[in-house]
Design a protein around this ligand. Structure first.
Ligand code: FPP
Length: 242
C-alpha cells in the first residue's frame, strides 16, 4: 500500500514541529462516551504520533497537553487528564530501557501536584541521553505566561546589574523562554478544524507555517502527519524577504 511518507522531501523535513491536540471532547461526544475517554484516546494517539515523528527523523515535537486556561474545566476532567499524564510518565519509566525518545516538560510546573513534579524530574533525568526525538510536553503552559516569566527573569538581571536594558535583544528574550534550548517550530498543526492559536507558543511562532487538520486528535494518524508535512513543504517560506 502506498504511503504519503514516500511523498515527503526528506531534505526539507522540518526539525521542529508543534501540535495543538484538539478535539478529544468532540471525539468522545460523537461516540456518546464521557470526555475523559476522549482524553484517554488522545493520550494513545500522542504515544503513537511521537513514535511516528521520531521514526521519520523529526528532532523536536512540542505538544499542547494542558494550558494555563484548562484549569477552568471541571475538577473531574482536570483530574482525568492529570491521571493520564501520570500513567503516561509511569509507563515510560517502566519501559525506559527500550525507549528512544527524550521527554521534557515546558510550562509552569509549580502548580502541578508534587507527585507529578517528581515524575517529571525522573523522566527528564532518565530520558536525557536517549538518541531519539525530543518530545516537549506543554503542561500548565501559556504563551503569555511564558513571556511574562521570561520578562521577569530579564528584569531581575537588569536589577542586579547583570545586563543593561540597551543590550536586550530578541535573543535575550528567546533565551529566557521555556523553549530556550531548542529551535522554534517551522510548522504548527492544529487538529479538529479549529483555526486559532489558543495561547500556545506565541513568541516562537513568528515565522511558523500553520496547518489546520479537520480530524479530531484521537483519529489523527501517521498518514495525517505525513500529509500535513507534505502540505507544509508546498509552502514558500520567505521570512519577510523575497
Ligand atoms: C483538547 O481537546 C485536548 C486537551 C485539552 C488535552 C490534551 C490531552 C491529551 C492528548 C491527553 C493527556 C496528555 C498526556 C501528556 C498523556 P478538547 O478537550 O478541548 O476537545 P473539544 O474541543 O472537542 O472539547
Amino acid at each position: 500500500m502506498s504511503s504519503l511518507r514516500d511523498e515527503i522531501d526528506m531534505s526539507k523535513l522540518p526539525k521542529s514541529v508543534a501540535i495543538i491536540m484538539d478535539g478529544n471532547g468532540r471525539w468522545a461526544k460523537k461516540r456518546f462516551l464521557p470526555r475523559k475517554l476522549g482524553h484517554k484516546a488522545g493520550a494513545d494517539t500522542l504515544e503513537n504520533i511521537s513514535r511516528v515523528a521520531d521514526d521519520l527523523g523529526i528532532e523536536h515535537l512540542t505538544v499542547y497537553a494542558f494550558s494555563t486556561e484548562n484549569w477552568k474545566r471541571t475538577e473531574e476532567e482536570v483530574g482525568a487528564i492529570m491521571d493520564l499524564l501520570r500513567n503516561y510518565l509511569d509507563r515510560y519509566i517502566r519501559t525506559a530501557e527500550k525507549e528512544n525518545i527524550k521527554i521534557d516538560i515546558i510550562g509552569e510546573k509549580n502548580r502541578l501536584a508534587p507527585d507529578i513534579q517528581d515524575r517529571i524530574r525522573r523522566i527528564e533525568e532518565i530520558s536525557k541521553d536517549k538518541p531519539g526525538m525530543n518530545l516537549h510536553i506543554a503542561l500548565n503552559y501559556g504563551g503569555r505566561d511564558d513571556i511574562l516569566r521570561g520578562v521577569k527573569k530579564i528584569a531581575e538581571k537588569v536589577k542586579n546589574g547583570e545586563i543593561n536594558p540597551d543590550d536586550i535583544t530578541e535573543d535575550t528574550i528567546s533565551s529566557s523562554l521555556d523553549t530556550h534550548f531548542y529551535p522554534d517550530p517551522e510548522i504548527v498543526i492544529r487538529t479538529s478544524g479549529e483555526e486559532r492559536i489558543s495561547n500556545f507558543l506565541l513568541w516562537q511562532i513568528a515565522y511558523s507555517e500553520f496547518v489546520f487538520n479537520s480530524k479530531f486528535w484521537p483519529d489523527y494518524s501517521a498518514e495525517d502527519l505525513y500529509g500535513d508535512i507534505c502540505y507544509y513543504q508546498t509552502r514558500d517560506r520567505r521570512f519577510g524577504g523575497r
